[in-house]
Design a protein around this ligand. Structure first.
Ligand SMILES: *Cc1c(COP(=O)(O)O)cnc(C)c1O
Length: 497
């Protein structure tokens, strides 16, 4: 099983794709062809637990890893790290609408599913392609990815992780999540300025050749945990396979029945994983791609034109506030018959003009499988209130966006296919917006007060990782200027003398 760049033709194995992260031509690594789960293999998974399902799916994509290696990675990632040892439970909201809850992990959001496993895949991959190297993960975060990466990499042998967050621009709760992080290999540091300052600082360090040489002399190598690494995509395929098995096991559907999947989308990684599950053999009919006010993808599915030149909105579903959905490049590559020259051309246009237009044939193909819709701020709050008061189900702001667009799709098409809706965060992670939606009033108070109030108003339990934050000691107090990020890293890694 080989991998290639969406913008080139060189073929490599999966360990190298994971160790490299992004291809040197700027493209993303994709499998050259899709491995299949036969009908027997899929039906055999129905009676298996999540770890078995994960090992099976991973073994299809990562053929240069042994089954034992993969089973060990999976066990380290998912044993005792998620509620009830079930990383991705499916709950029925109402007849025909099922929620895939992806927030039972250590940071209460769906990135845990991938970031708990990535460190083990990355270290196993590095062992194959560059033995004896220690990986240094650098992250600039506006909040959630940083914490999920810290939890994933904490105390993983042969890794170091350094997270920079902007002094202005993370919530008190997010800040505390990061500054209380345990682990002998973790460093957390606030940077004066906003997210762009932290992010451009990290990008400059990644691009700094001298810095890389200095690291190499110490047997260290930079890597990134961002969502374009194939090692982050493959764990996400697992939960769609798993959800389908659970829906059959609990008699929501018969084996072989088709389902639709609705996903609150930002960088297009989560919904792309569902598409990959379909290519493996999971019977999925339609992908419902839900956006918030930053509806660049909705417009793209409707017009065939991707146009990032537009106003950027800061919303109550901040993890979807994105104007460039990187993983869309992978989907287009597959649909365009692996035409890397064409993809390179479009991505060049996107970079230079902020816009590209796909061919009418490809647009038609896309529309057969994908529906794009968006949900504004008022509608987001309205759905949260409705779901709670009508069904007793408390959902977060991102999940609400997906539920709204899912309803929009079903109302406008009359489709009867059972639906699986991805729920990407605990409502307690976005407590102020959720509480104000449930109570229909504006809310004041500290993050903790609001979390407690949300719990008492709704009778829902605060997830353990958020509840215990209050009592954890603050371990990281570093604060620097952007100009000092280089030397901070050199000090942290002992690169002097
Ligand atoms: C990251 C994130 C998303 C967006 O997922 P993509 O894979 O980037 O499309 C949606 N909801 C939450 C809560 C997230 O953290």
């Amino acid at each position: 099983m080989f991998y290639t760049s969406t913008r080139g033709n060189q073929k490599i194995e999966s360990a190298q794709a994971i160790a490299c992260g992004i291809a040197s031509d700027g493209g993303l690594y994709v499998p050259v062809s899709f491995p299949k789960l036969s009908i027997t293999e899929l039906s055999d998974l129905i009676s298996c637990d999540y770890q078995r399902r994960a090992t099976t799916v991973l073994s299809k994509f990562l053929t240069d890893f042994s089954n034992d290696e993969l089973a060990v990675c999976v066990q380290k990632a998912y044993q005792n790290t998620f509620d009830d040892n079930n990383p991705a439970p499916v709950v029925e909201l109402t007849s025909g609408v099922n929620i895939l809850e992806l927030w039972h992990g250590p940071t209460c959001a769906f990135k845990d599913l991938a970031l708990q496993l990535l460190p083990f895949l990355l270290t196993a991959a590095t062992k194959k392609v560059a033995p004896d190297k220690t990986i240094v993960i650098l992250v600039a975060t506006s909040g959630d990815t940083g914490k999920a990466a810290l939890e994933g990499f904490a105390d993983v042998p042969n890794t170091e992780i350094i997270v920079f967050f902007p002094c202005n621009g993370v919530s008190d709760m997010q800040k505390l999540q990061m500054t209380t992080q345990y682990g002998g290999n973790v460093t957390v540091c606030s940077v004066n300025g906003n997210f762009d300052d932290a992010q451009s600082g990290v990008k400059a360090i990644f691009a700094d050749k001298e810095m890389r040489q200095l690291l190499a002399q110490h047997n260290l190598e930079f890597s990134s945990a961002n969502s374009i690494n194939f090692g982050r995509l493959v764990p996400q395929i697992v939960y769609y396979v798993s959800a389908y098995c659970d829906m059959v096991r609990t008699r929501k559907i018969e084996f072989g029945d088709k389902i639709n999947v609705a996903v609150p989308t930002g960088n297009f990684g989560n919904i792309l994983a569902a598409y990959y599950a379909k290519q493996m053999g999971v019977p999925i009919k339609k992908f419902i791609c839900a956006s918030n006010n930053n509806c660049v993808l909705t417009d793209f599915f409707n017009t065939g034109i991707y146009n990032r030149k537009r106003e950027f909105f800061t919303t109550i579903s901040p993890s979807m506030d994105i104007l460039i959905s990187s993983n869309l490049e992978r989907l287009l590559y597959h649909l365009a018959g692996s035409d890397s020259a064409l993809i390179s051309q479009w991505m060049k246009e996107l970079k230079e003009t902020g816009c590209y237009k796909i061919t009418p044939e490809l647009h038609e193909q896309l529309r057969q499988e994908f529906y794009g819709g968006f949900c504004d701020e008022l509608q987001t709050k309205k759905i949260i209130g409705e779901m709670f008061h009508k069904y007793g189900y408390l959902c977060d702001t991102h999940t609400a966006v997906a539920l709204h667009v899912q309803q929009q799709y079903y109302h406008s098409t009359g489709d009867q296919t059972p639906c699986l809706v991805a729920s990407t965060a605990s409502p307690f992670k976005f407590a102020p917006a959720v509480l104000s939606a449930v109570c229909n009033e504006t809310i004041s108070g500290s993050d903790f007060e609001i979390v407690e109030k949300l719990s008492s108003v709704t009778n829902c339990q605060i997830p353990e990782p958020l509840a215990k934050l209050r009592t954890l000691p603050v371990l990281h107090r570093n604060n620097i200027d952007k100009a000092d990020m280089h030397s901070f890293i050199q000090n942290t890694l002992n690169l002097f003398g």
